[in-house]
Design a protein around this ligand. Structure first.
Ligand SMILES: Cc1cc2nc3c(=O)[nH]c(=O)nc-3n(C[C@H](O)[C@H](O)[C@H](O)COP(=O)(O)O)c2cc1C
Ligand code: SF4
Ligand code: SF4
Length: 429
């Protein structure tokens, strides 16, 4: 039986699946139900000075009939009092001593940080998460992403938290920056025990074209919100991977953003996260999704012969490199399986209009198309549009060329140029 226990910066949970700080972690009763359902940890809905929320506050992105592909919110932090939140945190911890309970915090002054951290520790929390990521409302008051976007402020507040806290401190980073690494390093410099990312991406989810108002509309007006859900996963994976492979960055990571099932969670672990957090998918489908996540992860680990999470955390990092290090002589072509092809011609259209005009229709309107392999550049587009799973495979061709990266090629060319004294440029052989 694989061991699913996870350890993120000293915060231990029976499995790596945590609820992210959001509506599903708004109250003790909810978190107890979530732990009963199987979640290994939960990050409490951000605690601070209570706010007043707007009505409405969410927006969804539907795409070709599929609702909830992306999700947007203009919600702020908790609207419940600190007394209520800390009382319930203590109750949850009493009933679930072995689950991870992390309190997300966001306040303004140093004195307030001391107060909320002391109260989190007294309530028995396993860790705190500093919310430096919220991209609406709170940032306009100098909190949330306003902190996360300024490495100096991030480092300063993190160091206050470390001064006051006797439990692990996670810093939750905002994706609304051009390069995540300096922001992770700022948290590290402040003494953080770990980071969590991503918070939501600044966005306008859509515009009501009949009434000329962006969504969600609050009495005929709107504002930018935070984007999350499946659509943001690629952004989150990139940022987690960028930190993991940075030689200077050494902190554990809790990965967040668009996780919908066990395989998404594994992707984050392979890129270096030691736990994952989920919000939108739980809002859309409920706490019970964790059952499939646990089953799926266990099956995966059994199939791959993995005994514990440490056996595969970060395993994809060595294969994540710079473009200039890829083998530019590697060649693949598209091959169509005539047995499963339904003759829909989607690949023909895509290759002709969006790629390299090398898939041609067969003799009949619904024939299996023909790939002109010498002309195929192996771009994958036809495979992406084909509606039949595995019908188009990208197959490696042996072109007899030696492996060479762009960087190596540049160095070689430079030498040739120096020798010839020319500005001529030779393509790789
Ligand atoms: C309605 C809503 C409220 C949120 N509130 C908070 C919050 O109070 N504190 C926080 O750190 N993140 C908050 N988040 C961000 C989530 O914790 C998470 O970082 C983000 O949604 C990405 O994960 P997902 O794609 O699984 O939703 C909120 C997200 C949503 C959708
Ligand atoms: S891989 Fe690209 S170039 Fe090759 S057949 Fe498919 S769409 Fe055309
Ligand atoms: S898209 Fe796929 S199923 Fe459709 S014709 Fe091309 S190979 Fe066949």
């Amino acid at each position: 039986m694989p061991n699913l226990e996870s350890n993120t910066a000293g915060i231990i949970s029976p499995n790596p699946f945590w609820l992210a700080s959001a509506p599903p972690t708004n109250s003790g009763r909810q978190i107890m139900r979530a732990f009963d359902a199987g979640w290994g940890g939960a990050v409490w809905k951000t605690v601070g000075q209570p706010i007043q929320n707007t009505s409405s506050r969410f927006g969804g992105l539907a795409w070709r009939g599929q609702k909830g592909v992306g999700f947007n919110n203009i919600e702020l932090i908790t609207d419940r009092t600190m007394d209520t939140n800390f009382r319930e945190i203590a109750e949850v911890k009493k009933r679930f001593p072995n689950h991870a309970l992390i309190v997300s915090l966001m306040v303004e002054s140093k004195e307030e940080w001391k107060e909320v951290i002391d109260r989190s520790v007294d309530a028995g929390a396993d860790g705190i998460e500093l919310n430096f990521g919220c991209p609406h409302g709170m940032c306009e008051r100098g909190m949330g992403s306003a902190v996360g976007q300024e490495p100096e402020v991030n480092e300063r507040i993190t160091s206050w938290a470390k001064e006051f806290s006797t439990i692990p401190v996670l810093v939750k980073l905002t994706p609304n920056v051009s390069d995540i690494v300096p922001h992770g390093l700022a948290a590290q410099a402040g003494g953080a025990d770990g980071v969590s990312l991503i918070n939501t991406v600044k966005s306008i989810i859509s515009v009501d074209v009949e009434n000329f108002v962006p969504r969600p509309s609050v009495g005929g007006k709107s504002t930018n919100g935070g984007y999350c859900g499946a659509a943001v996963r690629p952004i989150a994976l990139h940022m987690v991977g960028a930190l993991s492979r940075s030689p200077e960055f050494r902190l554990p990571i809790s990965g967040i953003g668009g996780i919908t099932d066990w395989s998404n969670a594994v992707e984050f672990l392979l890129l270096g996260a030691s736990s994952v957090q989920v919000c939108t998918e739980v809002m859309l489908r409920g706490y019970r999704i964790v059952e499939d996540m646990i089953d799926g992860l266990e099956n995966y680990m059994r199939r791959k012969g993995l005994e514990c999470l440490g056996d595969f955390i970060g395993r994809a990092i060595p294969a994540y490199t710079e473009w200039g290090e890829l083998d530019i002589n590697f060649e693949s072509v598209a091959r169509i399986d005539p047995e499963t092809c339904i003759g829909c011609q989607k690949c023909v259209v895509a290759c002709h209009d969006g790629a390299h005009q090398c898939i041609h229709p067969g003799p009949e309107a619904d024939s299996v198309p023909i790939v002109d392999e010498p002309e195929c550049v192996g771009c994958n587009l036809c495979e992406i549009v084909c509606p039949v799973p595995d019908c188009i495979q990208m197959v490696q061709v042996d072109n007899g060329l030696a492996e060479v990266s762009w960087n190596e090629h540049l160095v070689r060319n430079l030498r040739i140029r120096e020798k010839k004294g020319s500005h001529g440029y030779d393509m790789p052989e």
